[in-house]
Design a protein around this ligand. Structure first.
Ligand code: FAD
Ligand code: NAD
Length: 398
């Protein structure tokens, strides 16, 4: 075999970390590394709720790939993957180009899971990419701008967030902080605005540490957010949502944060998947294919107790590094190393300067959680592109 060709699909947390680590590990002539991504930038998914709410600029979350990748070492192909075939060892892009590979890394992330709930796909917005959150922000502003023209119809200033997992809670608390400015901007009376968080489970952040859940729920209420727990959304229409008990909430803005599933391109590839995610082996390879690795939200790995790790950026980054190590080992004919996650904890924001978290066994509340989350975010930027990238983004963290 000549120089092996490695193709990485997706430049999110998992794909980009694989690419940067691989380039640091391999010598110039050891492999031909390709990266395919929809955009010529990486978006920091963990901050997407901020531009969605309009509390941060798009540039906080957008990192041009040229700032973190050495294009002399990596062939970057901007394009949308429409299919890949692990048997034929090909990747097809939406413009018809077909790439071949010796080794493949699938890091295409996730997409919203709507559980077949009627109308959600058609009428609800979701927080999944930079483009999707631009639409949410602009839509909310446009609805506020129409409030008076629509005879003061409160549906235009009622925002429903479906699902109070981490994404829903981070977004709704961020948006609560933007509402006073929106009211001023569009001369909307404060009491005409409703921000509603709807959760099917008995509490927000189901399954998380009970003391932190209680704190978060109290914070949501303190911020003026209406919290409805034990309340599943049954349907979504252009006029709002229908709840499990048949009650309706009239709203022109429904943001669905009810969960994620793996990317459909992965599901359609013929790889064995569960809700679009590939149950990878100990080395992060797809079952039956020794040359196909899957990392990030497109994969699923299990804890010792048999339960799956939740899909997070932290896990995707660690998988990216482990995948690069194993690819280099394969190229060099060396033994592979099993992947062992070392998760440090969970940190979530409840607005700009507030948060909650658990690190080791220690619970964190308020500003301390918020500061530590900023630290973790800056650490990620450092891992990605070192001091120049941290310096460029620093001002957005003040
Ligand atoms: P992604 O980061 O989503 O990257 C996938 C990449 O593939 C993207 O660049 C995308 O453009 C590209 N792509 C997708 N489809 C195609 C295609 N067909 N063709 C070409 N390119 C394609 N996790 C944490 O650990 N901590 C947090 O604080 C945290 N906060 C979050 C906040 C929000 C609002 C959200 C939505 C998620 C958060 N998460 C957090 C979860 C975390 O963002 C994901 O687990 C992580 O992004 C997964 O990384 P990934 O590389 O698998 O996918
Ligand atoms: P999730 O699956 O964690 O939460 C979805 C929530 O929606 C759940 O609480 C669920 O009960 C609720 N829900 C589902 N169907 C519903 C319905 N019909 N009506 C009302 N509520 C309904 O999804 P997510 O919040 O998007 O998170 C996805 C992944 O990203 C998770 O692994 C999460 O840990 C991770 N994440 C982490 C952070 C962080 O660490 N700060 C932030 C965001 C996301």
């Amino acid at each position: 075999m000549g120089t092996p060709k490695i193709v990485i699909l997706g430049a999110g947390y998992g794909g980009l970390m694989t690419a940067t680590s691989l380039v640091r590990t391999l010598e110039y002539n050891e492999a031909d590394v390709w990266l395919v991504n929809k955009h010529d930038y990486h978006y920091v998914t963990t901050h997407l709720h901020e531009p969605a709410a309009g509390t941060a600029k798009d540039d906080k979350v957008r990192i041009p790939l040229k700032d973190v990748l050495d294009f002399d070492r990596i062939h970057f192909r901007q394009g949308t993957v429409s299919a890949f075939d692990p048997q034929a060892q090909t990747v097809t892009l939406s413009d018809g180009e077909v790439l071949t590979y010796d080794y493949l890394v699938v890091a295409l992330g996730s997409e919203p899971e709507t559980f077949g709930i009627e109308g959600l796909r058609e009428h609800a917005f979701s927080i999944r990419s930079l483009n999707s959150v631009r639409i949410i922000r602009e839509h909310i502003e446009y609805m506020f701008s129409r409030y008076h023209a629509e005879g003061g119809n409160p549906a235009y200033t009622t925002i429903v967030v479906g699902g109070a997992g981490f994404t829903g809670v981070e977004f709704v608390t961020e948006l609560a902080e933007r509402l006073p400015a929106l009211c001023r901007m569009y001369d909307v009376p404060k009491d005409a605005v409703r921000l509603v968080s709807i959760e099917a489970a008995p509490t927000v952040l189901p399954g998380f540490d009970p003391a932190l859940v209680q704190y978060a729920e109290a914070k949501l209420k303190e911020k003026g957010i209406e919290v409805h727990t034990n309340t599943p959304i049954k349907a979504c229409t252009e006029d709002g949502v229908v709840l499990g008990d048949g009650q309706e909430i009239r709203s022109k803005t429904v943001v669905w944060t009810g969960g994620v599933r793996g990317n459909r391109v992965v599901e359609q590839s013929g790889l064995e998947t569960v809700r679009g995610r590939v149950k990878v082996d100990a080395y992060l390879r797809a079952p039956g294919y020794e040359n196909v690795f899957v990392v990030g939200d497109a994969s699923v790995v299990f804890k010792e107790d048999g339960r799956p790790y939740p899909p997070t950026a932290q896990l995707a980054v660690q998988q990216g590094k482990a995948c690069a190590y194993n690819l280099a080992a394969l190229v060099r004919g060396m033994p592979l190393r099993p992947f062992k996650p070392e998760l440090l904890g969970t940190l979530a924001s409840l607005g700009k300067w507030e948060g909650i978290g658990i690190v080791g066994k220690r619970r964190l509340y308020g500003i301390w959680a918020s500061l530590l989350k900023r630290g973790a975010d800056l650490r990620y930027l450092w891992q990605l592109g070192g001091f120049p990238v941290v310096l460029k983004k620093m001002r957005y963290f003040a």
